[in-house]
Design a protein around this ligand. Structure first.
Ligand code: AMP
Length: 380
């Protein structure tokens, strides 16, 4: 199935091609036609499943037909748990918003940043992507009105609730018009999420995307015990000693990704960080260079790892452990394919030992460990 069969406009299809979204992901196949039809959706899907485009594309198409066009009266509200996710979703709206026939505007608002520029920016906004606390501040200041909201989207609903935003979210629900489309996405279906689902969704279409089970038997896994301050030298040692090319390194934060890439470059290893705070252009360039072999090391966070659509990666290095065992399996999953046995390396500090045992137990594989104290890291 192709995107052109899903009921999207030619202009949107052209941007999809340009963005190298060649085929719809499963959640997109299922969600796009139903959202275009005006249905409520419960999407149980992990980060990285392509859920952002699954709602952004049909929501933009629906706006072609139905908009308030009253200043500060938004049409679509997207509630998210974090600033990072707000920015990321806004980026996707910006990219595909070029494909509609009216002057489209989306805006991300979140706490931890000054409120005045956000207030000013709310003029003429169609789609507002917001964290709950900051949104209520803006409502109270009359900077935004909800009476024309025709579509509410909750993304990562489980995380919104885990972060303790329940009271704020309930307050926001009360302010919204009763007749509206509701799209709720969550990685898990906790009892709290189910309660929320019952509250806001009417006769929803349930779309559940399972994380694929990877065949881990083809992956050669090694763990290295290392002191935190020796992680950088060990990373360089591993890459340079065996002359590894096309190495994907994972960190748990955008900050660390930048730091690790900087350090590698300073030591003469071509490296770039790829994460949500980089512009779309920079991310695309880094990925293209990585694929062509011009860039030796790509340092990424889990959030963007799905966007790295490379069939087979020879080397994956976990510079830091992900919190969830599922993310761990997903990270290393692309190194073992058919006749290609890739290598997955994991750096483990004293603090990580317990968590790594949990991960190994979950993936039902025990990883050979090497103590990096026995390596001469200065020998390269
Ligand atoms: P998400 O789950 O929405 O955060 O998407 C994860 C990543 O997959 C993002 O980097 C998207 O750019 C990318 N992506 C989403 N849909 C597609 C698609 N159909 N083809 C290729 N990449 C996609």
């Amino acid at each position: 199935m192709s995107f052109s069969e899903l009921g999207l406009s030619n202009k949107i299809i052209a941007i999809l091609n340009n963005e190298k979204y060649l085929k719809p992901f499963p959640i997109q196949k299922q969600a796009i036609p139903q959202i275009l039809d005006g249905k409520d959706i419960l999407g149980v899907a992990p980060t990285g499943s392509g859920k952002t485009a699954a709602f952004v594309l049909p929501v933009l198409m629906n706006l072609e037909k139905n908009r308030a066009e009253k200043n500060r009266h938004i049409d679509v509200l997207v509630l998210v748990p974090t600033r990072e996710l707000a920015i990321q979703i806004n980026d996707v709206f910006q990219v595909f918003g070029r494909g509609v026939s009216f002057p489209f505007k989306s805006q991300a608002v979140y706490g931890g940043a000054s409120i005045n520029p956000q207030m000013k920016a709310l003029s003429g906004v169609n789609v507002l992507i917001a964290t709950p606390g900051r949104l209520l501040d803006l409502v109270r200041s009359n900077a935004v009105h909800f009476s024309s909201v025709s579509c509410l989207i909750l993304d990562e609903a489980d995380k919104i609730l885990n972060l303790g935003f329940k009271k704020e979210v309930d307050e926001i629900f009360k302010l919204l018009p009763i007749r509206r489309q509701n799209l709720l996405f969550s990685a898990t279906l906790s009892p709290e999420v189910q309660k929320m689902e019952k509250l806001i969704l009417s006769n929803p279409s349930v779309i559940e995307i399972k994380v694929e089970t990877e065949d881990l038997s083809l992956i050669e896994q090694t763990g290295y015990f290392v002191k935190p301050e020796k992680k950088g030298p060990l990373l360089r040692y591993l890459i340079l000693k065996e002359d590894w090319q096309q190495v994907l390194v994972f960190t748990s934060s955008t900050y660390q990704a930048d730091l690790v890439a900087d350090k590698l470059r300073k030591n003469g290893v071509e490296a770039e960080a790829m994460h949500s705070k980089k512009s779309q252009g920079k991310r695309k360039q880094a990925l293209a260079d990585f694929k062509s072999g011009a860039l030796r090391v790509l340092v990424a966070t889990d959030l963007l790892s799905r966007g790295i659509d490379i069939e087979f990666l020879p080397y994956v290095i976990n510079y830091e452990l992900p919190r969830s065992p599922k993310d761990f399996v997903h990270r290393i999953g692309r190194t073992g394919r058919a006749e290609n046995a890739g290598k997955a390396i994991t750096l483990i500090t004293e603090e990580d030992k317990h968590h790594f045992r949990v991960i190994q137990k979950k993936m039902k594989r025990w990883v050979t460990m090497i103590d990096s104290e026995n390596l001469d890291l200065n020998s390269i």
